[in-house]
Structure formats: structure tokens, C-alpha cells
Design a protein around this ligand. Structure first.
Ligand SMILES: [Cu+2]
Length: 506
């Protein structure tokens, strides 16, 4: 069992002390004869490394190195370079990340149980901070942190034997630890069991992290780290692979109908626990926290901060499957959303697609798909563009996701349910009302173009002032509306006019 100086880990290891005796009884037998299914570090030493040392193949997310394919233990050299660099955290928002290998999460490392791993940590000369590495797959003080303090422009090295198979988080553990992790210093190391993992068609590397910026969600420009938000555990962004939209649109993960997909999903934290879910799929197998024996038929699996999991599933039906943290505001309002795009032939016997849409005069009209509304708000490219033309272009994209579920892409609305925005006399009377309606919603009776409606539009105050200006300007300049502009100031004024109360709709 791994020893560490952290007191909470000591407390945890005491809990397991009862198991030690049983383990020791089987040590002798296991050392001579490792066999599949034997867990624990006492069964993971297959003797000295054989053959020439191997340089580990490291991959950037979402890619995973190929299986080691080895049946004997080797000496594996890992060269990991720490780089502090500015990258986009969201469209038009930059952040100074601290990285292992230039990416968030850091490079994926893959070894086999029993391997001797020579860990070389390089810290770039232009780094401002010292860094180190704690690999949860290491048996030894600090998981290696005690031996890897690396000043800017230095290289350090330590060697460990990978005794336990599993999928492990690694992270920087230099003080202030929380800050190093919050800045992106984490990644995954896979220690394959001696017989390897079951073969699949596609493997991907996904890692969640929570981020704390001085500005608000989607505030443009360079954003510094906010220690107070971090301590309060109130992230501005919750992200997969360190950037909002890192795996959407043309960067979506890909698979074909009929394939088996495996995700290696880690959670760097520093604070949040992830309720990891893929919308529209069921995990055939989850190796909870990387454990050896999978659970079957799982919908949502918990991934603790500083923990990781593997999940396998077979894809039967084409379409876009959405990876989320099912603590769902994180997905739609903080960025924890990615797409797996599955191509191939439809299979109507498994999933029919929409079979019916007809009038239903029930109690009250439904309120549309809020998922789609939020998704667009989270992912649409809000540019902070200033000219009218730029606002119209950006607003068109935002409208498509944020408003068109109800008002339709044509702006015609739906008879009796959603009023038209096209040639709306309600808008024409007072164009600035657009900002107000967007930010505070609209409830109660309303007449548009001679027809009355009495429904509920939810407030969308997650939109930034720029986004409100973009959508408003787009609507004003489309479908025969009177033209003109909604400015950032109009949006700010409307936002301040009434306190936003998301529960009442006004
Ligand atoms: Cu660090």
C-alpha cells in the first residue's frame, strides 16, 4: 500500500490495515506465480526489467497511447516537460495554464504492471514556478513528489516499480498544491494488468477539471486565477480537457456504429466530484475508480477529485452523444460538455427517431428543450464583436441554439405557443424590449401581431451583455424587423433594471 505523509491519507490507510495480514499470507505464492485476478501491490512485482529500456509513447488528450503489447516487465523511460503557457480556456478568453507536456490534462502515460518506470521531469527554463509530480500509481513517499521538486530550467529523476494495475491520476504537489492543480497540472497514467486490457476499437482520454477566473463565465480577454473562488469551491468553469469546446464540433470524439469505445476519464479537481454521464448511452462496463472488476450496465458514474475511471460501451445508433457532468448546470453553464459523434447506418429497431408531433391541448404548453437552450449558451461562439455586422453574424449563431428551439429558426414561432419574432409589432413598438425579455423572461398575457399568448419564457441571464447585444441586433435586422442595434449598454441597463429571479420568470 502506498505511504504518504498527508494525514488524511494516513487515516484512510488505517482503515485498510485489517487487510494487510491476509495479503501477507499470500505474498509468497503470488511472487512466484502472478496470475490474472490477483490484485494488490504484493502481486505486482514480476522481477527485474528485461530487454533494452523503452521510451514511453506519450499522447496529448484526447488520444491514448497504444497498448504496450508486452508480456514481460520492462524499464520504461518517461520524459515529461512542465510548461507554463497561455492558452484559450473558452472562445476569446485566455488563461495561463501550468501543464505537464503542454496540454491540459497532461500527456497520457501507459505502462504495464511490473514495469520499472524511470520518471524524468523537466521544467522549462522560462517557467516562473518550481513543480513536482505525485503519481497515484507510485508506491513511495508523496507518490514521487518527495523526489521530484524541479526548479525552472532543471531536470529531476526518480524510478518506481508500477506494482498496482489501474488508471491513476498524476498531479503537481508543489505548494500551494490547490493552485498548481487548478492551473491544469494533472493527467493520467494507465498501468495495464499483465494480460492487458480487453481489446476495443476506440480509446479516448478525457479529464475533468474546475477552473477559477477573476472574471465571470465568458468574460473576454485574459483571466487571472481567483484564489478566493477556489477556496470557496465556486468555479467559473468546469471543463473537459481544459477548454470549453475542446471536444465539440469538428473536434468531437469519433466512432462508427458497431464499434466498442473505451473512455479513460479522470478528474483533476481540484474541488469537484464528477457525476460523469454520456447522454444517450449506457456504459456496458465501468471499471469504477479503475478497479479490476467492472460493474455492468451503468448510467452515471462518480469520479472523485484525484480519481479516474474507465468505461466501455458499444455504439449501436448514429448521432451525437453528449458527455457531461450530470451536475447539470456545470454542463450547460460552466462548460462541462463534450461530444462523441457516431457515424453509420440508422437502426430504427433500436431507435426510431421522432415518430409523432401533433397538437396536444393539455394543461399548459410545454416549455421546450432547455437542454438545447443551455447547450448553445455554453458553446456558441460569442465574440464580443463590436460592429453591427459582426453582432448580426455572432447573433445568428447564438439565436440558432438559444432561441430557435421555441421561436423557430424562421422566427415564425409556433401558433398558440410561441409568439413570432418575425415582423413582430411587439418588438417594433419598442426594440429595446428585446434585451429586457431575454434577461428577465416573459410571463402572462401578451399580444403579438393581433394574436394573444399566455405562456412563459424563461429568463436567460446566463447570457453576457455582449451575447444579448448580438442576439438582439440579429433579431432586429432579420425577418422584416425595423433594424437598428442592441448595444452592450442596453443589455447592462436591462440587466440592472429588475433583479433576475430565475425561479419566477420575471
Ligand atoms: Cu506545479
Amino acid at each position: 500500500m502506498k505511504r504518504t505523509t498527508l494525514s488524511f491519507m494516513m487515516a484512510a490507510s488505517l482503515l485498510f490495515a485489517g487487510c494487510d495480514k491476509a495479503d501477507k499470507d499470500t505474498v509468497q505464492q503470488a511472487q512466484t506465480q502472478p496470475k490474472a485476478g490477483d490484485g494488490g501491490s504484493a502481486h505486482g512485482d514480476f522481477g527485474p526489467p528485461q530487454g533494452e529500456p523503452i521510451h514511453a509513447v506519450l499522447t496529448s488528450p484526447p488520444l491514448v497511447p497504444p497498448a504496450t503489447g508486452r508480456t514481460t516487465p520492462a524499464r520504461v523511460i518517461v520524459d515529461l516537460t512542465v510548461q507554463e503557457k497561455e492558452m484559450e480556456i473558452s472562445e476569446g478568453v485566455s488563461y495561463t495554464f501550468w501543464t505537464f507536456g503542454g496540454t491540459v490534462p497532461g500527456s497520457f502515460i501507459r505502462v504495464r504492471q511490473g514495469d520499472t518506470v524511470e520518471m524524468r521531469l523537466h521544467n522549462m527554463p522560462d517557467s516562473k514556478m518550481p513543480h513536482n509530480i505525485d503519481l497515484h500509481g507510485v508506491t513511495g513517499p508523496g507518490g514521487g513528489a518527495a523526489s521530484s521538486f524541479t526548479a525552472p530550467g532543471h531536470t529531476t529523476q526518480f524510478t518506481f516499480k508500477a506494482l498496482n494495475a489501474g488508471i491513476y491520476v498524476y498531479h503537481c504537489a508543489t505548494a500551494p498544491v490547490g493552485m498548481h492543480i487548478a492551473n491544469g497540472m494533472y493527467g493520467l497514467i494507465l498501468v495495464e494488468p499483465p494480460e492487458g486490457l480487453p481489446k476495443v476499437d476506440k480509446e479516448y482520454y478525457v479529464m475533468q477539471g474546475d477552473f477559477y477566473t477573476l472574471g465571470k463565465y465568458h468574460d473576454k480577454g485574459h483571466q487571472g486565477f481567483d484564489m478566493e473562488k477556489a477556496i470557496a469551491e465556486q468555479p467559473t468553469y468546469v471543463l473537459f480537457n481544459g477548454r470549453e469546446g475542446s471536444m465539440t464540433n469538428d473536434k468531437a470524439l469519433k466512432a462508427k456504429v458497431g464499434e466498442n469505445v473505451r473512455l479513460y476519464v479522470g478528474n483533476g479537481g481540484p474541488n469537484l466530484v464528477s457525476s460523469f454521464h454520456v447522454i444517450g448511452e449506457i456504459f456496458d462496463k465501468v471499471y469504477p475508480e479503475g478497479a479490476r472488476n467492472p460493474n455492468e450496465n451503468v448510467q452515471t458514474t462518480l469520479i472523485p477529485a484525484g480519481g479516474a475511471s474507465m468505461m466501455d460501451f458499444h455504439v449501436e445508433v448514429p448521432g451525437s452523444y453528449v458527455l457531461v457532468d450530470h451536475s447539470i448546470f456545470r454542463a450547460f453553464n460552466k462548460g462541462a460538455l463534450a461530444i462523441l459523434k457516431v457515424d453509420g447506418a440508422e437502426n430504427k429497431s433500436i431507435y426510431s427517431g421522432k415518430e409523432l408531433d401533433e397538437m396536444y391541448v393539455g394543461d399548459k404548453a410545454g416549455s421546450g428543450s432547455m437542454a438545447a437552450v443551455g447547450a448553445a449558451a455554453a458553446t456558441a461562439a460569442a465574440t464580443g464583436a463590436a460592429t453591427r455586422e459582426e453582432r448580426i453574424a455572432a447573433g445568428k449563431v447564438l439565436f440558432a441554439g438559444t432561441c430557435s428551439t421555441c421561436h423557430q429558426a424562421t422566427g415564425e414561432g409556433m401558433p398558440g405557443v410561441f409568439p413570432p419574432l418575425a415582423k413582430s409589432d411587439y418588438i417594433a413598438k419598442n426594440p429595446k424590449v428585446l434585451a429586457e425579455v431575454m434577461l428577465h423572461g416573459k410571463v402572462g398575457p401578451i399580444t403579438v401581431n393581433g394574436k394573444s399568448y399566455n405562456s412563459n419564457m424563461p429568463p436567460m441571464n446566463q447570457l453576457t451583455d455582449d451575447e444579448v447585444a448580438n442576439i438582439g441586433t440579429y433579431v432586429l435586422n432579420t425577418w422584416g424587423n425595423p433594424g437598428g442595434q442592441i448595444t452592450r449598454e442596453d443589455a447592462a441597463k436591462a440587466r440592472a433594471a429588475k433583479p433576475a429571479d430565475a425561479s419566477s420568470g420575471h
